[in-house]
Design a protein around this ligand. Structure first.
Ligand code: MN
Length: 197
């Protein structure tokens, strides 16, 4: 995982690595709110809250590990959304050989992994994130994280995430969270995911 560094103590808005209308499964309308408004607010809030906190200048993952309350909520959401938006694209929609082998080893098959991941996302009560991470022994694990939480807080290395806050899908899928999660596999760029190992 590449960490995110502040510039002059300010975290920057990440730019989407694709055109807003490129993903289809996530509409340009959803992206305009989710990236343009929700993520923007988390970045702005974090930059307002950091001065005087003792956390200025730290990489984002360190801020997420060391903070609580409002700073944690905003820092977590900046990290979560950056990883989320960066992992989508218009190519590499099947796990590459190295990743496929790890998924098969730890979940039985790529399909079994996808089913478990969707199920954990669909069954998370309320707002949060479902994550695929690597533990200290290199094993892949799926976790449900509530609110702004991120697996780095539990010593895991985050690899892939689906956002199950309603703002991530409501404009396109309304209450059909499971359908949205299933559709997201069509736009995951597994090269980006594998590079996080
Ligand atoms: Mn979100």
């Amino acid at each position: 995982m590449k960490d995110i560094l502040p510039i002059d103590n300010q975290f920057q808005m990440m730019a989407l690595p694709y055109e807003a209308d490129a993903l289809k499964v996530i509409s340009a309308n959803t992206l305009s709110f989710h990236h343009g408004k929700h993520l923007k607010a988390y970045v702005d809030n974090l930059n307002k809250l950091l001065p005087g906190s003792g956390l200025e200048g730290l990489p984002l993952s360190e801020v997420v590990r060391r903070s609580e309350g409002a700073i944690f909520n905003n820092a977590g959401q900046v990290l979560n959304h950056t990883m989320y938006f960066e992992q989508f694209g218009t190519a590499n929609h099947e796990p590459l050989p190295r990743m496929a082998a790890l998924l098969q080893r730890d979940f039985g098959s790529v399909e079994a992994f996808m089913q478990q991941f969707e199920q954990k996302g669909a069954s998370l009560f309320g707002s949060g994130w479902v994550w695929l991470s690597q533990d200290a022994d290199g094993r892949l694990v799926i976790t449900q994280q509530f609110g702004a939480d991120n697996p780095v807080r539990s010593g895991l290395k985050p690899i892939l995430t689906f956002d199950v806050w309603e703002h991530a899908y409501y404009l396109d899928y309304q209450n059909r969270r499971p359908d949205h999660l299933k559709a997201l596999w069509q736009i995951v760029d597994w090269k980006v995911v594998e590079n996080r190992l």
